[in-house]
Ligand binder design. Structure first.
Ligand code: FAS
Ligand code: PHB
Length: 396
């Protein structure tokens, strides 16, 4: 087997890269270790930034998004019983976000790849990157019980935090940064109509809670919990009681209950691998960085990496230009660190830190008061939440 770009991983990063390359006449093959059913069933991110929505439309993956995605022009921050709204369009020259589940983005992109060339191999296991530092790297893997080799000109490691790509880079060559948080999110998906149209981020005495949604019939909710939380101790009744408690507001807001379809715990970490290139291997998405989901940045950061990387591959295959590939890492890291900062900022602003003393908590509430009570504060949150432009800080 031979292709121009061998892509490891059929998550948002790998699928967006394959689609953008294809539109520029560049061949790629995606090797995905899980089954198609498993990939389509993963419930993850829910908020698409303004630049990500534009990017999906540009790559021809925006039709169902336009029909079924829910545009959102603001969020509420709730603390001490009071909801304060952050309006996006008035603070960002008309920008907003769109609520559209990550699994829907993945579904749309898989259908496009299968319809075009079908070069997406599910249940491709034991992927190994061979000679990434040479001019002729390849991917060895097992597929349908047979040992296979995919010769390629470049390899894109889009295989997430636990993938093989970053692990293939020699330890001495890795520049890593990490912060692990002393809490996690217990997330549920409930068959219940959202009780209001916009998201609520709540800083309650018991801890953080988030009210979100997936459609007019499905509510997505999260509670701050211990990283080692045992779901056995969280029967549905306790989950609802705690959600009502943490999302209670003076305006009488109350979430609607319904059958809980999913319940899981997501650990919280900030992680950056600044080494995003090793020879002809390039990392994009969660393979290179992880953010706490408080800023709704994970999927959107992957999109920003893919935009830069696909433009760089096009420059190379079109005219042999290597500058954009050489500059990919430094350029991508600007927007990655800006999103890391915002995600850390929102996490620190809204969670109950078990290590905080009374002074720290009063400073936190003063922060909440400032960032929701002043135009400067609201603009800071709004322009980061709707998404800094791809190519930031260079791009307008
Ligand atoms: P992904 O992890 O999505 O995709 C990587 C793909 O590579 C997977 O399909 C995997 O099966 C495959 N793979 C891995 N190793 C492989 C190997 N060796 N060989 C072949 N294939 C391999 N972000 C938000 O913005 N909001 C959220 O609420 C949110 N919740 C999350 C909850 C969880 C549990 C997790 C893990 C992440 C969450 N995220 C959230 C972040 C998430 O949305 C990621 O940012 C997004 O999936 C990044 O996409 P990819 O980089 O494509 O990585
Ligand atoms: C979600 O709907 O899953 C969601 C929304 C906003 C976040 C994180 C997750 O910050």
């Amino acid at each position: 087997m031979k292709t121009q770009v061998g892509i490891i991983g059929a998550g948002p990063a790998g699928l967006m890269l394959a689609q953008t390359l294809r539109l520029q006449g560049i061949d790629s093959v995606i090797l995905e270790m899980r089954s198609e059913e498993y990939v389509l069933s993963r419930i993850r991110a829910g908020v698409l930034e303004h630049p990500t929505v534009e990017f999906l439309h540009e790559m021809g993956a925006g039709d169902r998004l336009a029909r079924e995605g829910m545009p959102h022009e603001g969020i509420d921050l709730l603390f001490r019983g009071e909801k304060r709204r952050i309006d996006f369009p008035s603070l960002t020259n008309g920008k907003k976000v769109t609520v559209y589940g990550q699994q829907e983005v993945v579904k749309d992109l898989i259908e496009l790849k299968k319809a075009f060339d079908g070069q997406i191999l599910f249940e491709a296991t034991d992927v190994r990157i061979v000679d990434p530092e040479s001019d002729s790297p390849s991917l060895s893997f097992t597929y349908q019980g047979e040992q296979k080799t995919l010769a390629c000109e470049f390899v894109a490691g889009c295989d997430g935090f636990h993938g093989v790509a970053r692990a293939s880079i020699p330890e001495s060559g890795l520049k890593l940064f990490e912060r692990v948080y002393p809490f996690a999110w217990l997330g549920i998906l409930a068959e219940a109509a959202p009780a209001q149209d916009e998201l609520i981020y709540s800083r309650h005495e018991n801890g953080f809670a988030l009210f979100s949604m997936r459609s007019q019939e499905v509510t997505r909710l999260y509670l701050q919990c211990d990283p080692k939380e045992d779901l056995e101790h969280w029967p549905d009744s306790r989950v609802w009681d705690e959600l009502h408690r943490r999302l209670e507001a003076k305006d009488g807001f109350r979430v609607n209950e319904g059958a809980i379809m999913r319940k899981d715990v997501t650990p919280m970490r900030s992680f950056v691998c600044e080494t995003m290139r090793h020879g002809r291997l390039f990392l994009a998405g969660d393979a290179a960085h992880i953010v706490p989901p408080t800023g709704a940045k994970g999927l959107n950061l992957a999109a920003g990496d893919v935009k830069l990387l696909s433009d760089a591959f096009v420059a190379y295959f079109r005219s042999g230009e290597t500058g954009p590939l050489d500059g990919y890492e430094a350029h991508a890291l600007k927007r990655i660190w800006a999103a890391q900062r915002f995600s850390w900022f929102m996490t620190r602003l809204l969670h109950k830190d078990p290590g905080a003393n009374a002074f720290d908590q009063e400073v936190q509430f003063a922060d909440l008061d400032y960032y929701t009570g002043t135009e400067a504060g609201r603009r800071t949150i709004a322009e980061n939440y709707v998404g800094l432009p791809f190519g930031w800080p260079g791009a307008a």
